[in-house]
Ligand binder design. Structure first.
Ligand code: SAM
Ligand code: DTB
Ligand code: SF4
Length: 334
């Protein structure tokens, strides 16, 4: 009998339609991630099609409402006071300016508006001011998101009462890699804030960064942590490190862009219902890799010419890309 060699592209079994979320072990996620690339993409795409039959892409806009001067030492971040990156510290923006930016984002097609602040942990006065911003943005009909650092339970409740839909607080990497990138706080403090957000009834947006020198196993470790949160995050931003001059990670070797696709694919498979967002670092990915990420389950992007302090693809290029790929935009009337 002739020996039959099976090419990785030749799948004899249909990919599973959906997998239950968490708890996931690092080894189980690593096994998923290490599959032959096309097999992984196909499996993730099947889960995505089953969960999001319309295949729409959410447009989320970001605004840095309080920039720079952050006391934390996150080695990827241009806003840390520890590094000389040329980012000046500024005060919290006035409500009028924030609302004008939110209206502009909405007019450009965004349905979610995320306000970021370079704080370690906001004061109660800060929270009162941000609550006002949240209420104003919500009144425009946008979904609201904020990322303000560590929150105490009562602070999370104040934001919830103001109409905050999502809180972004990233685990960033696997617990065993975390001490190499952040020295001013520990992983458990991130988890405590996530719990406070959950307890307040706010949806969780939580993801991480690739390209900081972590191993593939540590990337799998991050996904295992995220997918094992009970419940799993509703939004999962996957950032490709933006290497900002002046930060300790400025000279990190770029990660193979196919690792980004693998990361998106395992996020989709392990957290089937989540909005998986292609976040920072899209400019370096190029159109082809982004298309593979959409195929593998990414269904949200940060939309707008700027992230917090670094650049993002311009809105016309993003619109054109989605059109070229026949991908509908969430909430669009046509
Ligand atoms: N200070 C708050 C905090 O750390 O939670 C909120 C703002 S912080 C800038 C939000 C997230 O942006 C970080 O957790 C990190 O995942 C991401 N981020 C920051 N700098 C980045 C960079 N250079 N490249 C990619 N992602 C980055
Ligand atoms: C997230 O995961 N990525 C966004 C958002 N959440 C707040 C921030 C990306 C920051 C990229 C570098 C900068 O512009 O500061
Ligand atoms: Fe501060 Fe957030 Fe930047 Fe860390 S990531 S330095 S906490 S703004």
């Amino acid at each position: 009998m002739n020996a039959v060699t099976t090419h990785p592209l030749t799948l004899h079994k249909p990919a599973p339609r959906a997998l239950p979320s968490g708890p996931w072990t690092r080894q189980a996620v690593l096994a998923l991630m290490a599959q032959p690339f096309m097999q992984l993409v196909q499996q993730a795409h099947a889960v995505h099609r089953a969960q999001f039959p319309q295949g729409d892409i959410e447009l989320a806009s970001l605004l840095s409402v309080k920039t720079g001067g952050c006391p934390e030492d996150c080695s990827y971040c241009p806003q840390s006071v520890h590094y000389d990156t040329g980012v000046d510290a500024s005060k919290l923006m006035a409500p009028d300016a924030v609302l004008a930016a939110a209206r502009a984002a909405q007019a450009a097609g965004a349905t979610r508006f995320c306000m970021g602040a370079a704080w370690r942990s906001p004061t109660d006065r800060d929270i009162a001011k941000v609550a006002e911003l949240v209420a104003g943005v919500r009144a425009l009909g946008l979904q609201t998101c904020a990322t303000l650092g560590m929150l105490a339970p009562a602070q999370a409740r104040t934001l919830a009462e103001a109409g905050l839909d999502y809180y972004n607080h990233n685990l960033d990497s696997a617990p065993d890699f975390y001490p190499q990138i952040v020295g001013t706080r520990v992983y458990d403090e991130r988890l405590a804030t996530l719990q406070n957000v959950r307890d307040a009834g706010v949806k969780v947006c939580c993801g991480g960064i690739i390209g900081m020198g972590e191993t593939r196993e540590q990337r799998a470790g991050l996904i295992a942590e995220l997918a094992s949160l009970q419940p799993a995050p509703e939004s999962v931003p996957v950032n490709n490190l933006v290497r900002v001059p002046g930060t300790p990670l400025a000279d990190s070797p770029p990660v193979d862009p196919f690792e980004m696709v693998r990361m998106v694919a395992v996020a989709r498979i392990t957290m089937p219902r989540a909005r998986v967002r292609l976040s920072a670092g899209r400019r370096e990915l190029g159109d082809g890799i982004q298309a593979l990420c959409f195929m593998s389950g990414a269904n949200s992007i940060f939309y707008g010419d700027k992230l917090l302090v670094t650049g993002n693809p311009d809105v016309d290029a993003d619109r054109a890309l989605l059109q070229r790929l026949d991908l509908p935009v969430t909430g669009a009337s046509t």
